[in-house]
Design a protein around this ligand. Structure first.
Ligand SMILES: CC(C)(COP(=O)(O)OP(=O)(O)OC[C@H]1O[C@@H](n2cnc3c(N)ncnc32)[C@H](O)[C@@H]1OP(=O)(O)O)[C@@H](O)C(=O)NCCC(=O)NCCS
Length: 187
């Protein structure tokens, strides 16, 4: 269920700390993914991986490592803002720079949506993309998500305010696009 043709989603392991630490040294990638933070100490990075590794999914919120099929950690994604009453959730995703542009992001999101829609009965996914993140906006468009709105000057980084885009996709839209049964993945 969590394996596609390019990547697999797996739980975090304590030994992933070095990867998280390394990924966080790429400030541009951090900026695209969330926020720029000061470099983490090794103990804090160990702590982060240990804690993530020990967590059970909490109200449908969790983090998974994205790895290539030969087992190389490539990045991670996390589900947040999961609201069972509204049936909607959000996610964050970040790949290490050397893995960009291989279709990993698209497939990782497809695997996640198949699970959230097909197993947890969610109705809608929403994804926030900063306006300067053209790669991510292109990926979300290509994936078939709908640009639902622009929130003006809602984010601050690199010395100025930026707009944020809200992309969304319903379970029905996912099914229309990716096939009549849950086994289908983007081709
Ligand atoms: C954004 C991110 C998750 C995308 O994942 P990815 O694996 O690099 O993207 P994919 O290879 O799946 O790309 C899918 C499509 O997006 C578009 N795309 C990807 N990179 C692009 C680029 N540099 N310019 C224009 N379009 C691009 C293309 O249409 C591509 O499909 P194609 O290769 O068949 O033409 C990844 O680049 C990343 O982690 N970036 C840093 C953190 C980040 O931005 N996180 C997202 C926050 S919302």
């Amino acid at each position: 269920m969590f394996e596609g043709q390019k990547v697999r989603l797996r739980g975090v392991r304590p030994e992933d700390w070095e990867h998280f630490l390394q990924w966080d040294l790429d400030n541009d990638a951090q900026r695209y993914g969330w926020n720029v933070w000061p470099p983490l100490g090794t103990e804090a990075a160990r702590d982060f991986a240990r804690q993530e590794s020990a967590k059970r999914p909490d109200r449908d919120e969790f983090r998974l490592v994205i790895e290539t099929l030969d087992g190389a950690p490539a990045g991670s994604l996390n589900v947040h803002g999961a609201d069972q009453r509204r049936g909607s959730f959000e996610y964050g995703i970040a790949l290490a720079r050397e893995h960009w542009g291989n279709g990993y992001g698209e497939e990782a999101i497809a695997l996640l949506l198949r699970y959230m829609f097909g197993e947890l009965r969610y109705h809608k996914v929403q994804a926030w993309v900063y306006a300067f993140n053209e790669r991510s906006a292109a990926m979300h468009r290509k994936f078939g998500m709908v640009l639902e709105g622009t929130v003006r000057e809602s984010h601050f980084t690199d010395g100025r305010y930026w707009d944020s885009y809200l992309f969304g996709m319903t379970r029905t839209e996912y099914l229309e696009q990716y096939g009549g049964h849950w086994g289908d993945l983007p081709r």
